[in-house]
Ligand binder design. Structure first.
Ligand SMILES: Nc1ncnc2c1ncn2[C@@H]1O[C@H](COP(=O)(O)OP(=O)(O)O)[C@@H](O)[C@H]1O
Ligand SMILES: [Mg+2]
Length: 310
């Protein structure tokens, strides 16, 4: 659905996007992650035809973004990061206006506006002035706008930014639902959202793609996919030396427990090896008191930090 080859975007000499290549298949929900300033919005604007690329080739549904921009726009619903809404229009009015602008056929406008209001749960505010709506509703008006011409592909730039946890959940469920019939590329900083909604993640950092994989595979990249949490009563140096002596252990990180004499150790093993039994044997041999021995899976957040921190 999206093919990007060697895309670069330069702003007066500054290369915000540096020759990136990636693809998004039909039906995928792809999370586009990266620190602020990484180049996410720039890439999305170029994909949506709102900015010309400095270099590279982008095709959407087989159409070239530069040469067939009209065909491309018909197929893309783009929600920019700061949704520009006409704040003194009513929701109904605005969506009809946007549908006309996007050349939805006269006889289809009413039906399309009804459909997107239904999808984005906007029926109860359809006659309200946009400027009086809460942030959550405005965000949904932005989504409804992006979908009013029934595009196959949705490009959503931080659709949940500024929303409270309940609203985030509502928009997340909506995106998941939309993903049944649309291809979606969305940027966000909420990694739990990505784990729940996205089939694949693209990580961009300083204008370059750092990773493209499923959320599960990305977390496996992090230091063997996780760690063992151990909490014992013993001197820190002794814990470190005895546990690090195990051949399958690569690293031990020690910190005091919040409540006094216990010591917390985070143990990193060789990839794919479960060292809990070996650790337990060490604990027993040394007669340490034990109150925690558990496996902690790496999170997407840790993968993100590892991929994007220098
Ligand atoms: N219109 C612009 N003019 C100059 N620099 C820009 C412009 N837009 C973005 N940039 C710069 O390009 C880089 C990428 O920005 P952006 O694509 O907005 O990143 P992200 O969305 O990942 O936070 C940043 O360093 C930003 O300051
Ligand atoms: Mg951005």
């Amino acid at each position: 659905m999206i093919e990007v080859e060697n895309l670069s975007k330069t702003y007066s000499g500054f290369r915000a996007v540096q020759g990136i290549s990636f693809h998004v298949n039909k039906g995928e929900i792809v999370g586009f992650l990266g620190p602020n300033g990484a180049g996410k919005s720039t890439t999305m604007k170029v994909l949506a035809g709102y900015l010309p690329p400095t270099d590279g080739k982008i095709s959407i549904a087989g159409f070239d973004v530069v040469n067939d921009s009209i065909e491309v726009r018909k197929r893309i619903g783009y929600m920019p990061e700061n949704v520009p809404l006409y704040t003194d229009m009513r929701v109904n009015e605005f969506l009809r206006f946007r549908a006309e602008l996007k050349k939805v056929g006269r006889r289809k406008i009413k039906e399309r506006v009804e459909t997107v209001k239904e999808l984005c749960s906007l029926k109860d505010v359809e006659n309200k002035i946009i400027g009086t709506l809460s942030k959550g509703y405005r965000q949904r008006v932005g989504l409804a706008d992006a979908m009013v011409h029934d595009p196959d592909l949705l490009i959503l730039d931080e659709p949940t930014i500024g929303l409270d946890p309940n609203q985030i959940r509502a928009v997340r469920d909506l995106i998941k639902d939309l993903g049944k019939h649309h291809t979606i590329l969305l940027s966000t900083h909420i990694l739990s959202e990505v784990e729940l909604t996205c089939n694949r993640v693209l990580v961009i950092n300083r204008g370059k793609i750092e990773a493209s994989d499923t959320p599960a595979n990305l977390t496996k990249l992090v230091r063997g996919g996780g760690s063992i949490l151990l909490e014992v009563k013993a001197p820190a140096t002794e814990i470190t030396s005895r546990i690090e002596a195990l051949t399958n252990v690569e690293d031990v990180e020690i910190s005091p427990s919040a409540d006094g004499d216990w010591t917390v150790a985070k143990v990193f093993s060789k990839p794919g090896v479960d060292v809990r039994e070996e650790i337990y044997n060490v604990v027993r041999q040394n007669n340490w008191s034990l109150r925690e021995l558990s496996r902690v899976k790496a999170t997407l957040e840790e993968a993100f930090v590892e991929l994007t921190q220098d």
